[in-house]
Write a protein that binds this ligand. Structure first.
Ligand SMILES: Nc1ncnc2c1ncn2[C@@H]1O[C@H](COP(=O)(O)OP(=O)(O)O)[C@@H](O)[C@H]1O
Ligand SMILES: [Mg+2]
Length: 297
């Protein structure tokens, strides 16, 4: 009989991505127990569930973090790990970790007060990007084109957040990236797909904001950056956003996402991301089982 394996799949709702992953896992002989954000987690119970690995694909970054933490504390392996989710769901954490490990990224400053934003703006030549620590889909990301623009941003902020609870924020230099950024999907240790997200109208090139997808080759420089990212973060499932900086003529990392969407993009680039994720999960279960066997023997 085939070795029966099972995983827990933590989701907010079963989107097309998760349905595809489940189909592939089932085909590979892996049973999937779906756990919605609204459901209890199997923690603090004496009965050990028949799975040791939890795939975390919660939509809310807060839920992804809190649920992976609880599961890890209870002894489950989570994919991605709580450590990785904690780094990737906070743009300031990422910037600091990447700086420490020499990952190329836009020049940045962490601004703890509105006053510091003026210093950062002037350091970056009167053009910069302000980012809330936790955000996605381009939300809250704002380009400052001068002092008056920044005054407006601060005033708007103050009206909803008078005591500046939402500080610190990340400030980056504005990178001359052309009309696109590059999304690379990494599964395990390897980049499996790369595409440009092109937008003629919007400097924010999120697909949610209407950017078009253009598949590209994973060249040696992109592969090397991905290798470095995996070296720093560890194996996992990532959506890395890169820029080609046309002023410095090099690739830099804009941010790394821990729960990349692919339902729309894979239909264009043709790489079956769900299959790669399922294969990787299966491989992980195999190595977890092997480790347990070694410990128990
Ligand atoms: N420093 C920057 N210079 C130029 N464009 C940027 C910069 N930072 C972000 N962008 C643009 O804004 C988009 C969203 O920023 P990102 O940091 O990826 O946040 P999100 O988590 O919302 O996707 C990027 O895909 C890119 O097109
Ligand atoms: Mg992004």
């Amino acid at each position: 009989m085939e070795n029966q394996s099972a995983i827990l799949l933590c989701v907010t709702k079963l989107r097309e991505e998760e349905q595809l992953i489940i189909e592939h896992l089932n085909r590979l002989g892996v049973t999937v127990q779906v756990n919605l954000d609204s459901m209890d987690l199997p923690v603090g119970k004496s009965v050990v569930p028949p799975y040791g690995l939890a795939l975390i694909r919660c939509l809310s970054q807060k839920n992804a973090l809190s649920r992976s933490k609880l599961l890890e504390l209870a002894g489950f392996e989570t994919l991605n790990s709580a450590r990785v989710i904690s780094i990737c769901t906070n743009k300031i954490h990422q910037a600091i970790v990447f700086e420490k490990h020499g990952i190329p990224q836009p020049r940045f400053q962490v601004a703890f007060t509105p006053a510091k934003l003026y210093d950062a703006l002037s350091d970056f030549g009167d053009l910069c990007v302000i980012k809330p620590a936790t955000s996605s889909w381009g939300r809250g990301i704002a380009r400052m084109t001068g002092k008056e623009c920044l005054e407006g941003w601060i005033a708007a902020r103050e009206s909803v957040d008078p005591s500046h609870q939402s500080f610190p924020v990340l400030v980056q230099e504005y990178v001359e990236k052309g009309d696109y950024d590059i999304r690379v999907v990494i599964v395990g240790r390897k980049p499996i797909a790369a595409f440009r997200r092109v937008s003629a109208e919007n400097w924010k090139t999120n697909t949610h904001l209407g950017a078009e997808i253009e598949p590209i080759e994973i060249n040696s420089e992109i592969a090397a950056i991905c290798g470095d990212l995996v070296g720093v973060l560890g194996e996992g499932i990532y959506g890395a956003d890169l820029f080609f900086d046309y002023q410095q003529l090099r690739y830099v990392v804009c941010e790394v996402n821990q729960n990349p969407e692919f339902a729309k993009s894979w239909k264009v680039h043709g790489v079956d991301v769900a299959y790669h994720i399922a294969e990787y999960v299966k491989e992980k279960i195999g190595s977890t089982n092997e480790a347990n066997l070694t410990v128990n023997s």
